[in-house]
Design a protein around this ligand. Structure first.
Ligand SMILES: Cc1cc2nc3c(=O)[nH]c(=O)nc-3n(C[C@H](O)[C@H](O)[C@H](O)COP(=O)(O)OP(=O)(O)OC[C@H]3O[C@@H](n4cnc5c(N)ncnc54)[C@H](O)[C@@H]3O)c2cc1C
Length: 350
């Protein structure tokens, strides 16, 4: 067994799923996390949706990543005796043209696992009238905040978590060996989400962080039966509350909610629902997206003890569990081949 611990920097969904995989593999680790830095995972609505509605295609690698994600979260639920994952169908309002496309595509083998019905002429309480609706199955949401909080308690109890801001000055590398605060470590794995744009070891990675804003509304007359997406998504979270989002901003990297963001979400919300609501909360976070929208994992091409697990973009809930397993395979066998499209090396001297 590896003598020195792995250091995971950041306890968002990436750092957390990776830590659980290291734990399963019997590899020692310490998480360094700074809770004063607000990660995207705490803001995320946590929705997993197997389809991309714009082109009505399957989400990238969904047949591989979704079963692993659901299996991982339900194992954690059993272990902690806490409910994190909520299965919930998506009810997508459709125009006449979209309805035609859904009717055609639902017959295709590759989509019928995920489309459970296409309707026209129906009406749903609380929503405006639409030509039709598409129903998506194998969708739902992860209560990211509860999952991370539960995991935090577990890692603290096991003395595997250090609460402080990681500083690059505390790292030294001598003859290929990596030290953190003068103690030798097996490797440092950066899971800092959008904060990684300032990582000097990985300045070659083409991050394009995307700020997003989200509202919590109370709408007692809107049924809590489905996730409703149309230019905005409405996610029922219980007690007449719904999370409503989101926005996309590539210029502002702050976690500050804005009036513009709130107005933009409310405008699209009003095009979708016909019942009254009140806004109770408003959050913002920054998604760790990269220019080709794929995860980023692996060891630094020239510094063997420095690695990254990042780039979960807009889909951390579905992607992180599968790629955390891939990351552990790389840790256990440096010759393990991951698809080049997710390897950190794809950005090296490109
Ligand atoms: C508004 C919004 C809605 C979203 N909705 C969804 C959704 O419905 N479904 C979905 O799958 N995804 C969604 N996402 C995307 C999702 O949030 C991300 O894919 C995911 O959270 C990324 O996780 P991460 O662990 O890589 O980064 P983060 O969650 O940002 O975690 C990074 C961690 O690093 C820590 N950190 C940073 N710097 C340091 C340091 N120097 N020292 C110590 N710790 C440090 C931070 O405190 C943080 O805990 C949404 C994002 C936003 C903003």
């Amino acid at each position: 067994m590896e003598k020195f611990p792995y250091i995971i920097v950041g306890q968002g969904i990436a750092g957390t799923t990776l830590a659980f995989e290291l734990e399963k593999a019997g590899l020692p680790f310490k998480i360094i996390t700074d809770n004063t830095r607000f990660g995207a995972s705490k803001v995320a609505a946590g929705i997993y949706n197997p389809l991309v509605f714009k082109r009505l295609v399957k989400s990238w690698m969904v047949d591989d990543v979704l079963p692993v994600a659901l299996d991982t979260y339900s194992s954690l639920e059993k272990h902690f005796n806490t409910k994190f994952i909520h299965s919930l169908n998506i009810l997508k309002p459709l125009s006449k043209q979209e309805h035609k496309l859904w009717e055609e595509k639902k017959e295709e083998d590759m989509l019928n696992n995920y489309i459970s019905g296409v309707e026209a002429g129906t009406h749903y309480a609380g929503l405006h009238s639409f030509y039709g609706f598409g129903k998506v199955t194998q969708s739902g949401y992860l209560d990211t905040s509860l999952m991370l909080q539960t995991a935090f308690g577990h890692f603290v109890e096991n003395k595997d978590l250090i609460q402080e801001r990681f500083k690059y000055e505390d790292v030294s590398i001598e003859e290929g060996r990596v030290f953190w605060k003068k103690s030798q470590v097996a490797a440092i794995i950066f899971c800092k989400g959008s904060y990684s744009i300032y990582n000097p070891y990985f300045s070659f990675v083409k991050f394009t962080p995307t700020k997003g804003e989200l509202l919590l509304i109370k709408a007692p007359e809107l049924p809590q039966t489905h996730i409703y997406p149309k230019k905005v998504y409405i996610l029922p979270v219980g007690k007449s509350r719904f999370k409503v989002g989101s926005t996309y901003d590539w210029d502002d990297f702050t976690n500050t909610p804005t009036v513009k963001g709130k107005e933009s979400i409310e405008e699209r919300l009003q095009d979708l629902i016909s019942v009254p609501y009140t806004v109770e909360k408003h959050w913002a976070g920054v998604r760790p997206t990269v220019h080709d929208r794929r995860p980023v994992l692996g060891f630094h091409p020239e510094i063997p003890g420095i690695a990254m697990f990042n780039g979960m973009g807009t889909k951390g809930v579905m992607l992180a569990p599968y790629f955390a397993k891939e990351m552990v395979k790389i840790i256990q066998n440096r010759n393990y081949k991951i698809p080049p499209e997710v390897a950190v090396s794809r950005f090296w001297k490109s």
